[in-house]
Design a protein around this ligand. Sequence first.
Ligand code: ATP
Length: 229
Amino acid sequence: MESVLTINNLTKRYGRLVAVNDLTLEIKKGEVFGILGPNGSGKTTTLGMLLDVIRKTSGDFKWFGQPATKEMRKKIGAILETPIFYPYLSAVKNLEIVAEIKNAPKENIEPALKKVELFERKHDKFKTYSLGMKQRLSIASALVCDPEVMILDEPTNGLDPQGIAEIRELIKSIAKDGKTIILASHLLDEVQKVCTNFAVLKKGDLLYSGLVDDIDKGEVNVEVASDDP
Ligand code: ATP
């Protein structure tokens, strides 16, 4: 399979703290790739470097086999934190603004709303949405650009069980549409339910990378893989 992302010896230091230490990884087209690790393990820092919002200390990465360019970045949809929506505007109006800012076709808005199952509620004001619906609208705002890759940082944080289940199903369904997904999570259970491949980070070090199926086969020391209660 075609390589979507190759990371070579990527490192981030904050003074003496090594937030990400010499990370080497490959993510291929069609994978739902989980970056698993407890709080402070370096997940967000890694994603930040890959999106050029955090400056790397050393090492290298390539998207689609090339150094990142502005044009290529359009293929990457990222939700690192909940985007700011206008509370008194409808979902559809909010997405129109997103499309305008990101220079994305307005025709993508309806399919995005359908995909995240908000089409029926598209004229309702954002402030009337539940947390789960807000998170689904965040995902829709990335889908408006029809990216090839979606990066999601802890997308189920703070949601109730139903909201969590909906987001997980949505991620799987987006992957079925042929998009590659990179998902940061501190929950082993989430990675097992959603991902095909995964890497385990702890204190900036890569402890393991492989297939999620290997967890079931008992080939991974899950003790190190998660801070699940
Ligand atoms: P969380 O889920 O809590 O965000 P994480 O796995 O995403 O955890 P990071 O946020 O990447 O972890 O943090 C990795 C380490 O880098 C932590 O020890 C954190 O305190 C440290 N760190 C992150 N950002 C900074 C910063 N701007 N300055 C100094 N240290 C930082």
